[in-house]
Design a protein around this ligand. Structure first.
Ligand code: GLC
Length: 544
């Protein structure tokens, strides 16, 4: 593949379990991805990112790795992965792997040895701690609910798990742990991988084990040695090899993200943060029901855009991933057909015109919606099932819990890609591991390819524009009319050129603010502009 600046890239995220099943077992596989490479090429993205395909008991769908060097049989073999990388490269598509090194599965050999024998050298690969009393060592909470320490009566010690009880946190303060993890990364570089997405990588330096007033986050988020460790990892692995990296940053800050990504610090290429998605939470609480706070969304996005740009860092930008609900349901409107299409195109345009590297999550490009599950039996995700139990225990009403899950559950985005209007949306000839939304008869890839006005065509166009116009990648950003209640307006500036973006987040027609000149060459337009009014969910981009 030609050596172009990775900053100009667009990444397509694949959640293999729900992508395409070639064996009929109801779960996607690596051959299924190979089968769809033509489609990915047609979309026009530069990279695909595979969420974890390593050996795993799949309690957290692969984010619980039991062997970093083996491929999960349900996805295929190492030869399948080799074929996928080779075939992707032939089509000029690069491949990123997900690396989960904040924790391993408790099924990993290291943990098994550590757990079985208190004196094993592997004991110090994890955090085993005694407690002075009958309480766990600290009051930190697991991100999936409950205390973050699991008691082991055999040794009267607890181990730390910031996520599921089967995901034990690795002790990065142990140099041996860092060394074996760098070996893992170097193995995959040698294999021919072009980049990495590092799972919850800002949680690797734990700080002090003390009781917390904020469930522990302040001790382990962007912890005391995190930058040293990332710099060291960079130097020992991908640093000088031209790989693209993106770190998933939980509850982070702009200052830290500048440090993570400023090129001279030699840590990572880019970062994901999630602040702009917590705009339908109540008091920071995910398990709640709230509408989008539009002003908050704009304020946060712009604060990050400006902060990271001015600090010389680099954002990864996204609406969707395998942990987030579908954006068209969340911030758009999927209640009727024209509205779904219009709002999905508007949301895509707003995001892709921002500064940073855009990520598209499988199915987003055809405007897939949340499935609207209304029975707990339809859910599969460990976080959602834990939340259900915890909310039940806290005596929430069943219907209220289901409404919360319907709005926030990670399963909303994990339903299979809707390929065709045929049986099981063309995803599998067997029984899908999770229900498929009934709208697949209309919302599917086949229909989107045939329709010249589809959401898919908008995504293709946005990718092509990015490849062609440097202003989208390198331009500075200027927020405008931030107080407006319906419109999201900003400009990009580069080498004397400016692009204006005006997007209507409401379904009503809206008056363009006085003083805003929409003259110039139209680069993108969805919806009409009549008498200085822009259509509901309309969007326009003009070069000025
Ligand atoms: C990340 C992943 C998520 C996983 C968690 C623990 O947030 O995206 O799916 O559950 O890390 O590994």
């Amino acid at each position: 593949m030609s050596q172009k600046d990775w900053r100009k890239s667009v990444v397509y995220q694949i959640y293999p379990k729900s992508f395409n099943d070639t064996t009929g077992n109801g779960e996607g596989d690596l051959q299924g991805i190979i089968e769809k490479l033509d489609y990915i090429q047609y979309l026009g993205v530069d990279y695909i990112w595979l969420t974890p395909v390593y050996e795993s008991p799949m309690n957290d769908n692969g984010y619980d790795i039991s062997n970093y060097y083996k491929i999960n049989e349900q996805f295929g073999t190492i030869e399948d992965l080799e074929m996928l990388v080779t075939e992707a490269h032939k089509k000029d598509i690069k491949v990123m792997m997900d690396i989960v090194i904040n924790h391993t599965s408790t099924e990993h050999e290291w943990f098994k040895q550590a757990y079985a024998d208190k004196h094993s050298p592997y004991r110090d690969y994890y955090f085993f701690r005694k407690s002075a009393d009958t309480e766990p060592p600290t009051n930190w909470e697991s991100k999936f609910g409950g205390n973050a320490w699991k008691y082991d009566a055999k040794t009267d010690e607890y181990y730390l798990h910031l996520f599921d009880v089967t995901q034990a946190d690795l002790n990065w303060d142990n140099p041996e742990v860092r060394r074996v993890l760098y070996d893992v990364i170097n193995y995959w570089i040698g294999f021919g991988i072009d980049g990495f997405r590092f799972d919850v990588i800002n949680l690797i330096s734990k700080g002090e084990f003390k009781n917390s007033e904020k469930i522990g986050k302040e001790f382990y988020t962007d912890g005391p040695r995190v930058h040293d460790y990332l710099h060291e990892m960079n130097r020992h692995t991908f640093g000088d090899k031209g790989l693209m990296t993106v770190g998933e940053m939980s509850s982070t800050t702009i200052d830290h993200c500048i440090k993570y990504t400023a090129p001279d610090r030699q840590e990572l290429s880019s970062v994901f943060n999630f602040h702009h998605l917590k705009v339908d939470y109540v008091d920071g609480e995910k398990w709640s029901n709230a509408k989008l706070d539009f002003h908050k969304l704009k304020d946060i996005l712009m604060e990050w855009q400006l902060g990271i740009y001015e600090g010389g860092g680099w954002n990864a930008i996204f609406w969707c991933n395998h942990d987030q609900p579908r954006v068209v349901t969340r911030f758009g409107d999927d209640t009727s057909e024209p509205l779904r299409k219009q709002s999905a195109k508007m949301l895509a345009t707003v995001l892709h015109m921002l500064q940073g590297t855009p990520y598209i999550y499988q199915g987003e490009e055809i405007g897939m919606t949340d499935p609207g599950f209304d029975d707990i039996k339809q859910y599969r995700d460990v976080e959602s099932l834990n939340a259900y139990d915890n909310l039940k225990a806290a005596e929430y009403d069943e219907q209220e819990i289901l409404t919360m899950l319907g709005q926030k559950s990670r399963d909303n985005s994990r339903t299979p890609v809707q390929w065709t209007a045929g049986e099981n949306a063309g995803f599998t000839s067997g029984t899908p591991w999770i229900d498929i939304p009934s709208n697949f008869d209309k919302i599917n890839v086949e229909a989107a390819i045939e329709d010249e006005q589809s959401i898919l065509q908008t995504y293709r166009h946005l990718i092509q524009l990015r490849h062609k116009h440097d202003i989208i990648t390198y331009g500075s950003i200027e927020p405008l009319f931030m107080d407006h209640n319906e419109l999201f307006i900003y400009k990009r500036h580069y080498n004397g050129e400016s692009w204006l973006v005006v997007a209507n987040f409401s379904k009503e027609r809206v008056e363009i603010p006085e003083g805003l000149e929409i003259n110039g060459q139209v680069m993108i337009q969805h919806g009409q502009m009549i008498d200085s009014q822009i259509d509901g969910f309309g969007v326009i981009v003009v070069a000025q």
